[in-house]
Design a protein around this ligand. Structure first.
Ligand code: AMP
Length: 275
């Protein structure tokens, strides 16, 4: 069956059936990573809603908002193939009233690591996610571990603001050679793609070490070998819940997070390690 395409709150209310609802928020240009989230949603709820919205609020000046891939017809086909009941694809004008005043602040946790490179990004992300929760009113929502800091911040928002939605994290889907799937991968030339592989290779090199400082050093060595074609933004080992950098000695889980630019394409990746 074709998914119902909802453009606004009224459409969403009309499309609502009985039973539990799982929401998968996306910016479209759907790939196998998104499909795995849709399947995780499918296995946990009676109805799946996929939102497709390139959120202007989470892009900074000079970032790729205008050239972000928009492939709505192909996305609809993916949703149809996955048996998605509702695709929520609002227009930016309907999401953001010109008079709006109130938005969310992600706090210190949103200013470190990815937030330090993209000021305001996580404030914009949390604002749209809370709006999507309020519009769709899902029982649960599925997010990828690929965007580990985003997932941690959404969990934090739900806890801090008592948002009645269960948050489910889903593992990162990769190409056979290790490259994490991303809507932005389509911008990579074959040569760029080779360079981009340094990110996942660095994660594997880090994961082979057992002490935080050596984890970082091993990952950094791989990333620096890919310079200058890979312009490194960061390589950090952080607490999965707070994104504060871990200090030695450390026991427990930590996220090894890397980010860099290949040409004009910015890529991020991470791995969860245990100490
Ligand atoms: P995006 O459309 O890039 O904003 O991503 C929408 C959702 O898909 C987010 O929860 C992402 O973390 C998730 N996602 C993106 N890439 C992957 C991937 N390779 N594996 C699993 N989930 C992903």
């Amino acid at each position: 069956m074709d998914p119902i395409v909802a453009r606004n709150r009224t459409d969403l209310i009309k499309a609502r059936g009985d039973g539990s609802v799982a929401l998968v928020p996306t910016m479209g240009a759907l790939h196998e990573g998104h499909r795995s989230l849709i399947r995780a949603a499918r296995s946990r709820a009676d109805h799946v809603v996929v939102s497709i919205f390139v959120n202007p609020l989470q892009f900074g000046p000079g970032e790729d908002f205008s050239r972000y891939p928009r492939t709505f017809e192909a996305d609809l086909e993916v949703c149809r193939a996955e048996g998605v009941e509702v695709v929520f694809a609002p227009a930016a004008e309907d999401m953001y009233h010109p008079d709006r005043q109130v938005s969310l602040r992600s706090g210190e946790m949103g200013r470190v690591v990815e937030g330090a490179v993209r000021p305001g990004h996580f404030d914009g992300m949390l604002t749209v996610v809370l709006k999507l929760f309020n519009l769709v009113q899902p029982d649960l929502a599925v997010f990828g571990q690929k965007d580990a800091q985003q997932l941690a911040l959404i969990r934090r928002m739900v806890a801090d603001l008592d948002v009645p939605v269960e948050i489910v994290g889903a593992p990162t889907v990769r190409e056979p050679d290790g490259l994490a799937l991303s809507s932005r991968n389509r911008y990579l030339s074959p040569a760029d793609r080779e360079v981009a592989l340094a990110l996942s290779r660095a994660l594997r090199a880090g994961a082979a070490e057992s002490v935080p400082s050596r984890v970082i050093a091993a990952a950094r060595e791989v990333l620096e070998a890919a310079a200058p074609e890979l312009a490194l933004d960061y390589v950090v080992l952080v607490d999965p819940a707070t994104f504060a950098e871990v200090a030695e000695p450390y026991t427990g889980e930590a996220v090894l997070a890397v980010a860099g630019r290949v040409g004009t394409t910015r890529l991020i990746d991470n791995a969860v390690l245990s100490f």
